[in-house]
Design a protein around this ligand. Structure first.
Ligand SMILES: [Zn+2]
Ligand SMILES: [Zn+2]
Length: 343
C-alpha cells in the first residue's frame, strides 16, 4: 500500500473551522495530498510587532519548520493575523522555495476563492514554482487584493509541470533529503542537517556534492574528523571539483598546518572555473577569518590583476596596504630603538 502523502495544516492562533476545511479541500483537490489538520499553535510573542499590529511571517515559518518531520510532505500554517515580511507592508502568504513550509494569512481575505488562491500560490512556491508572469497564472506576484481576484486559481502550463515534477518526487529520495538538509543549514539547524545529508549520502554514495556538503555541516557542528573524511571522500569522487579542496584547506589552516593549507588552496584555484572570484574569496577568507594580512593581500592583488573591479576589494586592499606600512614602520622603529646607544 502506498504511504499517504501528508500535508499538515497548522492553525497559528485561533482559526475558524470553515477556513481550515477550505484549506484542507484545496490541499486534497489541487495537490492530491492528504490534508491533516493538527492542533493550533500559539503565535509567539517574538513574532508579534505590536507597533504595526502585525505578525512576522518569517518567524511563523521558523516555528513550522521546527515541527517538520521526515514523513510530512509539506506544512502549511494558517493564521487570521495580518502578516508582513521582509520589506513588504503586508503579505497574504509567505514561503521559501525549498523549505517544505508555507504560511497563509486570512486577515485580508474576504471569500473562499481568495483563500484557495493564496494556499495554491504559497504551496506552489514550496514545490519550486517561482513567481510567474504568464497571464492569470496563480503564481503571479500579488500585492493587492484586487490583483488576487484577477488571477485564475490554476497554475499555467509551465508552473503546473514544474509543480507536478517536484510533487512526484518521493520525500525520502536522495534529492529531497539533500534539499531538506540545505534548508536545515540555512536555518542553522546544523545537527539536523548532518542527519539529512547522511541519509542523502546513503542513498547516493557516489555523489560528490552530497559528500562535500555533509562535510560542511559536520564542520558547523565542530566535528572536524568527520568533516575531513567527508571532504576527502568528495575529492576521491570528483577530483576536478574545487569545493572540497577549499574546505579541507580551511580545516588544515585552522589546525595551523599552513603549508598543507596553502597547497590545498592552490589545488582549489587550479580547478576553479572562475579564477578571479576564487582569488577574491581566498583573499577575504585570509583577511577576515585567518587574519593573515600578507596572504590576503597577495590573493586580492591577484584578483585586481585579473581584472577584478569590486570596490569592496579595493577598500580592503587600502586597509591591508596601510597595515603593511604600519607594521613595517613599527618594526623599523623597534630596530632604531634597540640600536640607540645609551648615554
Ligand atoms: Zn509568491
Ligand atoms: Zn505560471
Amino acid at each position: 500500500m502506498a504511504v499517504p502523502r501528508v500535508v499538515q495544516i497548522t492553525p497559528l492562533g485561533p482559526v475558524s473551522y470553515a477556513t481550515l476545511v477550505a484549506a484542507a479541500l484545496t490541499v486534497r483537490q489541487r495537490f492530491g495530498c492528504q490534508p491533516v489538520v493538527v492542533a493550533p499553535l500559539p503565535i509567539p510573542a517574538a513574532a508579534r510587532h505590536d507597533e504595526r499590529g502585525q505578525v512576522d511571517a518569517d518567524i511563523l515559518l521558523e516555528i513550522l519548520f521546527d515541527r517538520l518531520t521526515a514523513d510530512i510532505v509539506r506544512i502549511i500554517g494558517v493564521t487570521t493575523e495580518d502578516t508582513f515580511a521582509d520589506g513588504r507592508n503586508f503579505v497574504f502568504g509567505y514561503a521559501h522555495m525549498r523549505d517544505r513550509v508555507a504560511v497563509v494569512s486570512a486577515a485580508r481575505l474576504r471569500d473562499p476563492s481568495q483563500l484557495e488562491k493564496a494556499v495554491v500560490h504559497e504551496l506552489g512556491h514550496t514545490f519550486h514554482a517561482p513567481h510567474c508572469s504568464d497571464g492569470r497564472c496563480v503564481m503571479r506576484q500579488v500585492e493587492h487584493l484586487w490583483q488576487l481576484d484577477d488571477l485564475d486559481s490554476d497554475f499555467c502550463r509551465v508552473c503546473s509541470l514544474r509543480v507536478a515534477a517536484v510533487a512526484a518526487r518521493s520525500i525520502d529520495s536522495a534529492e529531497s533529503l539533500f534539499e531538506l538538509a540545505g534548508s536545515y543549514m540555512r536555518r542553522r539547524r546544523h545537527a539536523k542537517a548532518v542527519g539529512a545529508y547522511r541519509a542523502a549520502c546513503e542513498r547516493e554514495p557516489e555523489n560528490p556534492h552530497y559528500a562535500n556538503d555533509l562535510g560542511v555541516a559536520l564542520l558547523a557542528c565542530g566535528e572536524r574528523l568527520g568533516a575531513t573524511r567527508a571532504f576527502r571522500r568528495a575529492i576521491d569522487l570528483a577530483p576536478t571539483f574545487p569545493h572540497a579542496y577549499y574546505n579541507l584547506g580551511i580545516i588544515f589552516r585552522e589546525r595551523g598546518e599552513v603549508v598543507t593549507a596553502d597547497s590545498l588552496f592552490a589545488a582549489a584555484l587550479e580547478r576553479d572555473g572562475d579564477s578571479r572570484s576564487a582569488h577574491r574569496y581566498l583573499g577575504i577568507l585570509h583577511q577576515d577569518y585567518f587574519q593573515d594580512s600578507p596572504r590576503a593581500r597577495a590573493y586580492l592583488e591577484r584578483y585586481v590583476a585579473l581584472g577584478g573591479t569590486d570596490v569592496e576589494v579595493r577598500r580592503r586592499l587600502r586597509i591591508l596596504t596601510r597595515r603593511g606600512m604600519d607594521e613595517l614602520s613599527t618594526s623599523s622603529r623597534r630596530l632604531i630603538e634597540s640600536t640607540t646607544p645609551v648615554y
